[in-house]
Design a protein around this ligand. Structure first.
Ligand code: NDP
Ligand SMILES: O=CCS(=O)(=O)O
Length: 251
């Protein structure tokens, strides 16, 4: 049976690029996201290369996650890699001006959503030699910057959750990685700027940001290490970014 990768948030950015990378390498794909039409188009494209299962899913809803896992077709039951990628940032205002509803959405998606999916998948992969969970954290998990407040804190949860899960599964064949990218060009920033294209263009102008394909290649590399190697965490920034020119400062 072909190896299978489950990617959350496959409708754009890192998730989409990662789906394409694993498809080219011959893996079966389970792709999820909320935007059904995008998933269907992607499945059309990638089913020329491999077998694809799509599921319209909001990771925040544990009942949807459980039912999705319970109803996986047999061909897609051999999950070897989970890429916990679905996530978002909302707003760049300072904490004393931020919307409480944005904070809740970030926590519900980046923390609760990732926990929902991990909890559903762990029993299926524990004791599976070389199985890998790759969690999308961020440099914001490691370094503070103005306007990062709940986003960065939610990603710090992801990084520490990754280490703690790894402590549980050590000796049971499963690897866990916290992947911590810096400025990357994707819809992420359009979502964060509430669709403001001018702010988006300004952020990336001259930045030579990381591209989704860069992250996809890294994810594939992490998953392709021999089973005895666990990449615990991997922080990656564009060469143009350093600790003095984080996200908001550049706007
Ligand atoms: N871009 C960047 O600079 C960086 C991003 N990251 C992290 O990487 C991950 C991917 O980001 P990126 O690809 O750039 O962003 P995108 O906005 O391009 O992609 C985000 C994906 O997450 C999905 N998603 C969001 N909310 C939900 C939800 N409630 N349920 C299911 N899926 C959801 C979206 O799909 P849909 O809307 O269809 O549900 C989309 O496919 C995120 O966790 C982000 O925090 C980390 C470091 C840097
Ligand atoms: O997670 C995203 C990277 S940054 O916007 O915090 O630099």
């Amino acid at each position: 049976m072909n190896k299978c990768v489950l990617i959350t948030g496959a409708t754009s950015g890192f998730g989409l690029a990662t789906a394409k990378k694993f498809a080219k390498e011959g893996w079966n794909l389970i792709l999820t996201g909320r935007r059904q039409e995008r998933l269907a188009n992607l499945a059309d494209e990638l089913s020329k290369l491999t077998q694809v299962h799509i599921a319209t899913l909001d990771v925040r809803k544990s009942d949807e996650v459980i039912s999705f896992i319970d109803n996986l077709p047999n061909t897609f039951s051999n999950i070897q890699v989970l890429v916990n990628n679905a996530g978002l940032a909302l707003g760049t205002d300072p904490s004393y001006e931020a919307k409480l509803s944005d904070w809740h959405t970030m926590i519900d998606t980046n923390v609760t959503g990732l926990v929902n999916v991990t909890h559903a998948i762990l029993p299926l992969i524990v004791n599976k030699e070389g199985a890998t969970i790759i969690n999308l954290a961020s440099i914001a998990a490691n370094w503070p910057y103005p306007g990062s407040h709940v986003y960065g804190a939610s990603k710090a949860f992801v990084a520490q959750f990754s280490r703690n899960i790894r402590a549980d599964v050590a000796g049971k064949g499963v690897r866990v990685t916290s992947l911590e990218p810096g400025l990357s060009e994707s819809e992420f920033s359009l979502v964060r700027f509430d669709g403001d294209q001018k702010k988006y263009d300004n952020l990336y102008k001259g930045a030579h940001a990381l591209q989704p394909v860069d992250i996809a290649n890294i994810i594939f590399w992490v998953a392709s290490q021999p089973p005895h190697i666990n990449i615990n965490s991997l922080e990656v920034m564009p060469t143009s970014q350093a600790w003095n020119n984080f996200y908001v400062v550049k706007q």
